[in-house]
Design a protein around this ligand. Structure first.
Ligand SMILES: [Mg+2]
Length: 353
C-alpha cells in the first residue's frame, strides 16, 4: 500500500513538474524544440526570469481545484452526510473560472469567494487556459453542468484527463469509484466519451498505484473497467497501442538510436491534444521508463505534441508510483507553488486515512 505522504505528494508534485517542464515547448514541434534547446531538446525545468520559478500551466491549476472540490465534498460527507463529489468539483471549477476571468457563470456562485484556495494569488495567473473549459464553465448557470447522461458538448480535448489525478488519490481504495467519479468530473466540461473516459482511466490507474500494484498491472486492469462504459473503443484502442509499443523490445541499439525509436513510437500515438491520445502518450512514457522519472518526462515533453499535458499526466502517474523522495529535489525547489501541492496532498491523505 502506498497511502502515505510520499506517494500522495509525489502524484501532485510530479504532475506540476511535468507540466512546468513541458509548458515552454507546448506548441513547438520536436524540430523547433531542438532548434531552440539543442539536439538533446529541453532537458531541465526552465525558470521564469522574474519569479525564478518554473511555471506550470492550466493543467496543474485545474488539478489544484479538483483537490479543492474533493476536500469540500469530503467535509460535507463527513459533517452532513451529503455525498456530492461531482457537484463540489464543479463548484471548484467555477472558482478556477473566477481566477481566469474575474467572474462566475452565475451571480449565485459568489459564495464561492470564501474558499481558502482563492487566497493563493499565483493561481490567478493565466497560463493558456483551455477554451473548452473556459467557455463551457462560463455557461453553467443554476448549478447545471455536463454529465455522462446529459452531455454538455462533444469535446474530446485533453482538458478533462489532465485534471483527474486527485480523484484517484481520494478513492484509492476503490478504483471502480475512482473511475466513475473521474469520468463524471471530466464530463462537467467534456461531453465526448474520448474526453471524459480517459479522466476515469487516469483516476483508476492512480488508485491502483496507491494500492501498491505494479505499474503495468494498473494499466492492464483499467481495460476491464473501461469496457463497462459506452463508446469506450477509441480510448481502449489508444491505450492498448501504448501498452503494446511500450512492450516492444529494441535490444541492441545504441542510446541515441533508442531515443529516436521511442520518439517515433510516441509520435505514432498521436499528438496528445485529445483526451485518449494525451492519456496513451503519457502512459507510454511512464511504462517505458517506470523507474526513471527524468527519462520518462524527457520523452513526455520533447515531442511534436501537447508537451505540458503529456508531461503533467506522466508526472502524476510516475510521481504516485515512485513517490516524492524519487523526484529530484532541485525540481521540487524550482517548480512554483510546490508548497501548495504538498499541502493539498497532505490534506487529501488526512481526509482518506
Ligand atoms: Mg496546459
Amino acid at each position: 500500500m502506498k497511502n502515505s505522504k510520499a506517494y500522495f505528494r509525489g502524484c501532485l508534485l510530479g504532475g506540476a513538474i511535468g507540466d512546468a517542464y513541458g509548458y515552454p515547448v507546448e506548441f513547438l514541434k520536436l524540430g523547433e524544440i531542438r532548434e531552440e534547446y539543442g539536439m538533446n531538446g529541453i532537458t531541465e525545468l526552465v525558470c521564469n526570469e522574474e519569479s525564478k520559478k518554473a511555471l506550470f500551466s492550466d493543467d496543474t491549476q485545474l488539478t489544484t481545484f479538483t483537490v479543492d472540490g474533493l476536500l469540500w465534498a469530503d467535509s460535507r460527507a463527513k459533517n452532513k452526510g451529503i455525498y456530492a463529489y461531482t457537484s463540489c468539483i464543479f463548484y471548484a471549477y467555477q472558482k478556477w473560472l473566477y481566477t481566469q476571468t474575474g467572474s462566475f457563470a452565475d451571480e449565485k456562485y459568489k459564495f464561492l469567494l470564501e474558499g481558502e484556495v482563492l487566497n493563493w494569488e499565483d493561481l490567478f495567473a493565466r497560463r493558456g487556459p483551455g477554451t473548452t473549459s473556459l467557455v463551457t464553465l462560463a455557461n453553467c448557470i443554476n448549478g447545471k453542468y455536463g454529465t455522462i447522461k446529459n452531455r454538455i458538448n462533444n469535446s474530446k480535448g485533453s482538458g478533462a484527463v489532465m485534471r483527474a489525478a486527485p480523484v484517484g488519490l481520494y478513492f484509492y481504495n476503490d478504483s471502480k469509484t475512482a473511475f466513475k467519479i473521474g469520468c463524471e468530473s471530466g464530463a462537467i466540461t467534456h461531453g465526448n466519451p474520448s474526453g471524459y473516459l480517459p479522466a476515469g482511466c487516469l483516476a483508476f490507474i492512480i488508485a491502483e498505484i496507491i494500492q501498491g500494484k505494479e505499474l503495468e498491472q494498473c494499466v492492464l486492469d483499467v481495460f476491464t473497467e473501461l469496457r463497462e462504459y459506452e463508446n469506450y473503443e477509441e480510448t481502449y484502442e489508444a491505450l492498448k497501442q501504448a501498452v503494446t509499443l511500450a512492450k516492444s523490445s529494441k535490444d541492441g541499439i545504441g542510446s541515441s538510436e533508442l531515443r529516436e525509436a521511442e520518439l517515433a513510437d510516441l509520435h505514432s500515438l498521436g499528438s496528445g491534444w485529445t483526451g485518449e491520445e494525451a492519456l496513451s502518450m503519457a502512459v507510454y512514457c511512464a511504462l517505458k521508463h517506470p523507474n526513471d522519472l527524468k527519462k520518462a518526462l524527457w520523452l513526455a515533453v520533447n515531442n511534436d505534441g501537447n508537451s505540458d499535458t503529456i508531461g503533467a499526466i506522466c508526472g502524476n502517474i510516475l510521481g504516485a508510483y515512485l513517490g516524492s523522495l524519487e523526484i529530484p529535489f532541485s525540481w521540487i525547489e524550482k517548480v512554483e507553488l510546490s508548497d501548495l501541492m504538498v499541502h493539498g496532498a497532505d490534506k487529501m491523505l488526512e481526509a482518506v486515512t
